[in-house]
Design a protein around this ligand. Structure first.
Ligand code: GAL
Length: 712
């Protein structure tokens, strides 16, 4: 199981003289680049840019259709397909009786038509004979209901019995196809999660949680102390007495430390479930076949960073399903510009190799409501995926199903199985345009201006979990908070990596640390060193309120960061939804509503102050110079992100780095020698293609959902 490693933590945090540090950084960066370049050549060719695939379920269609469908796929230009993630009952119709003839044929057809295959382990869908024989492999939801056979993801990651069955089926698959030249890579499971049921409360999970806690705390007194169990008489005499914290069976809120540990445990279980399968596959499959899983990028119960040892990190993405209103009146047909963007920048930054395993093919069946996608949107998303450095994009799915769980879900083909759908056309357009781009590809040095603008966002899943559980105001939303900074950086035209603490900060001239609530002094020391060496650190509200275990400090509120940000004191305020507070910065004025830190500066200057409430005139944003760099603390969280964006702009100006100033929903991205302009807004937009820009696809003025690609 994966937990935070205190030894590694120590190693990361020592401070060293500047020259040594720079030398180490450069060597490390070169080493990392080499590593990434090597792995890029092992699995993927840079000159292919991004390869395009589509899902196919041979088991769902009559065998007489297969050749026609796979030939069509190939004729349309798809380079790979994807089989088997839900096919366990077809692969093993009875315990120990395997049936792979159908899969052999489907793989042979793919090979005949030169379509590579991503093959999956079928573990999200245990067959009914398995769960009826061993009902204890099923998960239990917060209401205490055992989730039954009939859909998917009903098994418990903590069931040892389930693991035994997994080991058998994965071994059989790996041995049978691990040397098959048509198999390009492997996907483990499918969107490991329990979807809306999120957490597993089964006896298996309870037991595994006890083991996890024993390993972490060693003795029950330490757990009682860390969880503050003396309050409300929660004290335990032994680990076995502990139940998974579950608001549904308690009359008041569950203990926050128990919740934090349970979320860590669940994410560890998910990672262990995936990496356990990876280890089995690796024993048998040839080294050229890469292994991934397809994650929902910001699903809260699963942590992609815990799976960083996979060969490739891949995610799934559906933007138009009634949940995301996007930018402007037609935004609901395109989704938000940060949706693919943030996922790209998070997944690519994990180990340098990423892909999008599922991309929405057009209208879906499961949304709040299911609008048509804006003509062009699917194509724009594909370009966004490519601009984010992904090695592949796979469309979900080739054929619209006629029966079963996902009727009404668009595919590349319409319901007749032979006519290309509206959004299928957009895939085919990109596939054809890719030819043009591949011809124009040449290895190019990363542009100097982007090196200067480069930013990292330091993502803290622990802080997110803690604040999701104790938001303090129902207007607080960690992901929205982070996205306000992500969008602010993107509006400046900055390349962004979303990183965790294991990364070297010095590779980034700008480091944004949003609401990093749980930390230790060592991390603050690393930030200080980063700034002293010339970095520009932007810290936001809630950072440093608690230690790693979620305790407030027995010191001033947010004590660990006070000196670094040049403040003497911080307290916070919330307003009712109906009231917008005012903040001014020079001649600019802003509204805030979600979170307001009221700051008393010591060594910092005031960049913005409150204009009303009893703390009128007090600071909301502080900035100071330290060593060769700067520290900015932004204490307020707004709805519209205007304050955040303006403050970021000010930091860049102060650092003398030129920026773009893009309208909301407009992106300019760079990858591998190509520049991309994308318009997620509801208006026409003029993309700042420079005079020396040679446009390869599109034009400078973009209608909503249009794309321009150029080289400089
Ligand atoms: C994804 C899932 C696919 C399919 C798709 C439908 O989240 O991984 O299996 O259900 O949604 O949009």
């Amino acid at each position: 199981m994966l937990t935070n490693n205190p030894v590694l933590e120590k190693k990361r945090n020592f401070s060293i003289p500047l020259r040594k540090c720079l030398l180490a950084t450069v060597t490390m960066t070169l080493f990392m680049q080499q590593l990434i370049a090597q792995s890029a050549t092992k699995f993927f060719n840079n000159k292919d840019l991004m390869q395009v695939g589509t899902y196919y379920y041979p088991e769902q269609w009559p065998e007489s259709n297969w050749e026609r469908d796979i030939k069509k796929m190939s004729d349309l230009g798809f380079e790979f397909t994807h089989y088997g993630e839900f096919a366990w009952a077809v692969m093993e119709p009875e315990e120990g009786k395997y049936n792979f003839e159908w899969l052999d044929k489907a793989i042979a057809l793919a090979s005949k038509y030169k379509v590579k295959v991503v093959l999956c382990t079928p573990t999200p869908t245990p067959p009914v004979w398995l769960t009826q024989k061993h009902p204890d492999v099923l998960m239990v939801n917060a209401e205490g209901r055992t989730i039954q056979h009939g859909a998917r993801q009903q098994a418990s990651w903590s069931s040892k019995t389930y693991r035994q069955y997994i080991e058998k089926i994965v071994t059989v698959l790996a041995k049978r196809y691990g040397n098959n030249p048509t198999i390009w890579g492997w996907q483990i499971d499918n969107e490991p999660s329990h979807y809306g049921n999120e957490y597993d409360y089964s006896e298996n999970a309870q037991k595994a949680f006890h083991d996890w806690l024993k390993k972490k705390y060693q003795n029950i007194d330490d757990l009682n102390k860390s969880w503050g169990n003396a309050f409300w008489s929660i004290l335990y005499n032994n680990f076995e007495q502990i139940r998974i914290p579950n608001g549904k069976e308690l009359v008041a809120q569950p203990n926050p430390h128990a919740v934090l540990d349970f979320k860590r445990f669940t994410a560890d279980e998910a990672a262990d479930f995936v990496l356990y399968q990876r280890d089995i596959l690796r024993k048998y499959v040839k080294p050229e076949q890469w292994i991934t899983t397809n994650l929902m990028p910001t699903y809260p119960a699963v942590d992609p960073l815990r799976m960083k040892s996979l060969d490739v990190e891949s995610y799934t993405k559906y933007l138009v399903a009634g949940y995301d209103s996007g930018h402007g009146e037609q935004g609901f047909r395109m989704g938000s510009s940060s949706s693919i963007g943030f996922s790209n920048d998070l997944f690519r930054s994990i180990n340098g190799l990423s892909g999008v395993m599922e991309l929405q093919p057009g209208q879906v069946n499961w949304g709040l409501f299911n609008p048509q996608t804006m003509p062009g949107a699917v194509r724009m998303w594909m370009y966004h995926v490519m601009a984010g450095g992904n090695k592949f994009v796979c469309n979900y799915r080739f054929r619209q199903p006629l029966s079963g769980g996902e009727q009404y879900h668009y595919g590349i083909m319409k319901t007749d199985g032979v006519t290309v759908s509206r959004s299928g056309d957009e895939y085919i357009k990109v596939i054809n345009e890719l030819e043009l781009l591949r011809k124009a590809y040449k290895p190019t040095a990363f542009p100097a201006i982007l090196t200067k603008r480069k930013a990292a966002i330091l993502y803290s899943i622990d802080s997110r979990w803690e604040m999701d559980n104790q938001p303090q105001t129902n207007q607080w939303n960690y992901m929205e908070h982070v996205n306000r900074y992500y969008n602010g950086l993107k509006a400046l035209g900055s390349p962004v990596d979303v990183i965790d603490e294991s990364k070297d900060f010095s590779a980034y001239p700008f480091l944004v640390v949003p609401a990093f609530q749980l930390l230790d002094y060592k991390l603050v020391d690393r930030w200080r060193t980063y700034v002293q060496n010339g970095g520009n650190l932007i810290i936001t509200c809630r950072t440093g309120q608690k230690d790693r275990e979620g305790h407030l400090w027995e010191a001033s509120f947010q004590q660990p960061i006070l000196d670094l940000i040049g403040a003497e004191e911080i307290y916070y305020d919330h307003l009712p939804v109906s009231l917008k507070g005012k903040i001014s910065s020079g001649n600019d004025s802003f509204e805030w509503n979600n979170w307001g830190d009221i700051l008393k500066p010591s060594t910092a200057s005031v960049w913005a102050k409150y204009e009303d409430q009893f703390y009128k005139g007090k600071a909301a944003v502080l900035n100071r110079k330290l060593g060769l760099g700067t520290v900015t603390y932004i204490g307020s969280d707004t709805d519209d992100g205007k304050l955040e964006r303006k403050m970021l702009q000010k930091v860049y100006q102060q650092a003398g780095v030129s920026t773009l100033n893009l309208p909301e929903g407009v992106l300019v991205e760079y990858c591998d020698g190509f520049w991309y302009g994308l318009n997620y807004s509801s208006q026409n937009q003029n993309i700042p293609v420079p005079a020396n820009g040679k446009i390869i696809i599109g034009q400078r003025i973009l209608k909503p959902a249009e794309v321009v690609v150029w080289r400089e």
